[in-house]
Design a protein around this ligand. Structure first.
Ligand SMILES: *Cc1c(COP(=O)(O)O)cnc(C)c1O
Length: 505
């Protein structure tokens, strides 16, 4: 009989002397890491916001291969401080106003830490019932905070899922819409399916359409205008749909946006969904950034019409204190998602799934394996409560309003698009240039302003082009950002603009 004696077992153990998850060592190093991060948050304001390194900087200062012998956490953290931090663009800096925020919080961080600590792989209910059931509960909670109709929540036959990013949410809903349509068609003609969006829709939709096999020629990017504040016009949508129908194409999917990335414009959902309904389109509402604001009664109006959409998503990792990644997606018809994304191999068969009484989230997303994201959202919702979350949003909106007033008081500048939430689009205006003969064209001077402000490292802002006009986007939403940072940021912009204008004439 082959049996393993004690001696052999001991030999195997002694060949593997290091317990890499030894609880007391974990405790010691874990505390060190928390101290490191707490110190980082104390100091982050003083670092240049946008990293000032040149491409390839890191390869030059790191060894060519991995160490053969173990190194201590102390040594590794030393390198983080001296080699990694200089190459970090500090998204948690109170002086970060670029793109959209990535608001961290103690609750979000701790929830993330707990999820990493448990390190469960909750692809189906059985693989960690709490991971699935907590996700069911928090998406219902959040849906109620947003006053989504009951049809988007589990008790109403719909439901929510936490995905990584909006790109994934768009792809999953598009694939669900595609397959639903193809099932109804006789000749399975994917080449005829048409997707609609505006020129302000996030590029994520184009990527999703590409991956979903939609013919590139069948992505309709409908032009918006400054005169209608860059909103997607329902009449234009309808005329494009009619044109496609005349040409034998099949309208499939509309992506409407609440809070566009360039200017935070809000598409008119009530009218758009009415048009979409006539032609049986799947409507997805992408509210990646601005969706969070809709937990405040005064902003909820921007979601009016969502009750007629098929799916809705927002990024809790943008402006909702939940660390990356956490895209919340709600759908009215989970079975459409499941029919497209479900697989059920032998090695995953289990009694719970057989009952059809549980949610198996692997069938609601691209990946099989999934993280326990619900923990961090649950921690955020419970630690701050609806009242503090609303105050968090309102504080940023008030600061943005204040910044807008500062811009308006300086007659060299103008506001370039209406401010609805916590992002201000502005630029040096043409009349500041034509008083004297100027070497620069107006877009060019604004581009130079952005560059010089960001090179200073004092603040970080980003830009967009709206109707051919180069504008600077000033997005407030950092958890550590205070009114004094906003005032100081405006001073930085004014100083750099003054220097540029003086040099230009
Ligand atoms: C940020 C943003 C996205 C992209 O989000 P990811 O989660 O990075 O995919 C999509 N749409 C809008 C409106 C956004 O603001």
């Amino acid at each position: 009989m082959g049996s393993i004696d004690n001696h052999t077992a001991q030999k195997i153990t002694s060949q593997f002397p290091m317990n890499t998850l030894e609880p007391e060592e974990f405790r010691r190093q874990g505390h060190m890491m928390i101290d490191f991060l707490a110190d980082y948050y104390c100091k982050v304001e003083n670092y240049p916001v946008r990293s000032q390194v040149s491409p390839g900087y890191l390869r030059e200062i790191l060894p060519e291969s991995a160490p053969y012998n173990p190194e201590s956490l102390e040594t590794i953290l030393q390198d983080v401080q001296t080699k990694i931090i200089p190459g970090i663009t500090h998204w948690q800096s109170p002086n970060f106003f670029a793109y959209f925020p990535s608001s961290g919080s103690t609750a979000g961080f701790l929830g993330e830490m707990l999820s990493t600590g448990f390190n469960v792989v909750g692809f189906n209910w059985m693989a960690s019932p709490a991971a699935t059931e907590l996700e069911n509960v928090v998406t219902d909670w959040f849906g109620r905070m947003l006053q989504l109709p009951e049809s988007f929540l589990f008790p109403g036959g719909g439901g929510g899922v936490l995905q990584g990013t909006t790109c994934e949410a768009l792809l999953c809903t598009l694939v669900a819409a595609r397959d639903k349509n193809l099932r109804q068609q006789e000749n399975n003609n994917i080449g005829k399916l048409v997707v609609y969006c505006s020129d302000q829709t996030h590029s994520a939709l184009q990527k999703a359409a590409k991956i979903a096999g939609i013919d590139f020629k069948n992505i309709r990017v409908i032009e918006t205008r400054k005169s209608s504040n860059f909103q997607l016009c329902p009449d234009r949508l309808e005329s494009v749909i009619l044109y496609d129908l005349q040409n034998g194409l099949i309208p499939l999917y509309l992506c409407a946006t609440v809070g566009t990335t360039s200017s935070t414009a809000v598409d008119p959902l009530p009218d758009l969904t009415e048009v979409a309904k006539k032609y049986d389109l799947w409507v997805h509402v992408d509210a990646a950034y601005a969706g969070s604001a809709c937990i405040c009664p005064e902003f909820r109006q921007y979601l009016d019409g969502v009750e007629n959409a098929d799916s809705y998503s927002l990024n809790a990792h943008k402006w909702f204190l939940t660390t990356l990644d956490c895209c919340c997606l709600w759908v009215k018809n989970p079975s459409a998602l499941i029919q497209s994304l479900s697989t059920y191999p032998q090695y995953l068969k289990n009694n719970a799934s057989e009952t059809n009484k549980v949610v198996d989230y692997k069938d609601w997303q691209i990946m099989l394996s999934r993280r326990f994201r619900a923990l961090k959202l649950w921690f955020v919702l419970r630690s701050y409560g609806v009242c503090q979350l609303r105050e968090f949003i309102r504080g940023h909106v008030a600061m943005a309003k204040y910044f807008e007033d500062l811009v308006r008081m300086d007659n060299r500048f103008e506001i370039a698009a209406p401010r609805l939430f916590s992002m201000v689009c502005f630029r040096i205006k043409p009349s500041a240039m034509i008083a004297k003969i100027c070497n620069y064209e107006v877009n060019e001077i604004n581009r130079k302003l952005l560059e010089s402000v960001n090179d200073s490292g004092r603040i970080y802002v980003s830009h967009t082009v709206l109707g051919g006009v180069y504008v600077i986007r000033f997005a407030i939403g950092g958890t550590l950002t205070d009114i004094k940072h906003v005032s100081a940021a405006w001073k930085v912009v004014q100083d750099h603009a003054g220097a540029l204008l003086a040099e230009a004439f």
